[in-house]
Design a protein around this ligand. Structure first.
Ligand SMILES: CC(C)(COP(=O)(O)OP(=O)(O)OC[C@H]1O[C@@H](n2cnc3c(N)ncnc32)[C@H](O)[C@@H]1OP(=O)(O)O)[C@@H](O)C(=O)NCCC(=O)NCCS
Length: 183
């Protein structure tokens, strides 16, 4: 496919409470700024799931608004083991679903989408828990964020070194646009 030059990230802040029977929830197309429903996500409960959608805004070489990929995150209460094997209750932001269209993988779109999510959620990458990451996603996290040192868990989530620490803001180097809105 020809290069998709112009993208934008649609951020529907839709709390999907109570899916349809069978656990499938389709976000309203209007909420996503898309011509048709794009996601059917299982069990999007009322727990602050956010779906980020990367789409081709001007439609060069693809239908206008064509979806390049999506990333779903949400906060979950988890029991997580630290390096000493002690249980810790935490409620991290979890990466739940992440997909870039087959034909567009390894073009940097995943990173663009992930980066947008990190900034929007104001979260450091090592504070994330990742639900059953694929080998591709593990490679992605290693490459772009240096996340290589997983702390073994007994559930399906993967967390990395630094999750429990007060790691200094080495990720903050860029432009974390501060809100600075108090009161
Ligand atoms: C994982 C995924 C979202 C990454 O998005 P992306 O746009 O391909 O990633 P980027 O182009 O920003 O980054 C590329 C890096 O991701 C990793 N990666 C992407 N595709 C890969 C593949 N087929 N094999 C191994 N690593 C891969 C590599 O680290 C790669 O760097 P490299 O090309 O130098 O090896 C995408 O590959 C994808 O949708 N894969 C299929 C679905 C999936 O596994 N989702 C995760 C579910 S848990």
């Amino acid at each position: 496919p020809s290069a998709l030059r112009s993208r934008d990230v649609t951020v529907p802040r839709v709390a999907c409470s109570g899916g349809a029977p069978g656990g499938v929830t389709a976000l309203p197309a209007q909420a996503q700024g898309l011509p048709a429903p794009v996601t059917s996500a299982t069990r999007m409960e009322a727990n602050r799931h956010v779906l980020y959608i990367l789409r081709d805004a001007d439609g060069r070489g693809a239908p206008k608004g064509a979806v390049i990929g999506f990333l779903k995150v949400g906060y979950k209460k988890l029991f997580l083991l630290d390096r000493n094997g002690a249980h810790n209750e935490a409620e991290p932001l979890c990466v739940l679903d992440f997909y870039i269209h087959e034909s567009l993988q390894r073009h940097g779109y995943g990173r663009e989408l992930f980066q947008h999510m990190l900034q929007s959620e104001r979260v450091e990458p090592w504070r994330l828990a990742v639900d059953r990451p694929s080998e591709k996603l593990l490679a992605f996290l290693r490459k772009h964020y240096g996340l290589a040192d997983a702390i073994p868990q007994v559930n399906n989530f993967v967390i990395f070194e630094g999750f429990f620490s007060n790691r200094p803001g080495e990720f903050r180097g860029g432009d974390k646009e501060g809100g600075g809105s108090t009161g």
